[in-house]
Design a protein. Structure first.
Length: 120
């Protein structure tokens, strides 16, 4: 995934209703959900939901298909995985991560993450 696609995807997800809709669609799986059901579950007016779903579709994060009179939205899993891959590409210091590797930074003291800078 190139940087411009990542920026579009992150921009689309940087809104409360779009992020909630995307997460709901991830849970729905390949079956997807109709726009009206998404709006109802999230408590959003249908016209607003259509606007948000269009933003997700324009970013390539969701796709839509017509099923009779309904428009069914599904997550574009390759795009989602590409975004996650881009964001975690250097998680292990640039070394490819092994399946059993843990890519987590060392624990820091939340109260004082910089203990060497103690100022008393």
């Amino acid at each position: 995934m190139d940087a411009s696609a990542v920026i579009r995807a992150l921009g689309a997800l940087a809104q409360e209703h779009r992020l909630a809709a995307f997460r709901l669609l991830v849970q729905a799986g390949d079956e997807g959900l109709p726009a009206g059901a998404i709006a109802e579950r999230l408590g959003i007016v249908s016209s607003s939901m259509s606007f948000h779903l269009a933003a997700l579709a324009n970013a390539g994060l969701v796709s839509q298909r017509r099923q009779s009179r309904l428009i069914i939205y599904t997550v574009n899993y390759p795009a989602m995985n590409g975004l996650m891959g881009y964001l975690t590409e250097n998680c292990c210091g640039g070394v490819p991560c092994l399946d059993d590797a843990v890519c987590c930074p060392p624990q820091t003291n939340i109260a004082n993450p910089y203990p060497e800078e103690n100022v008393a």
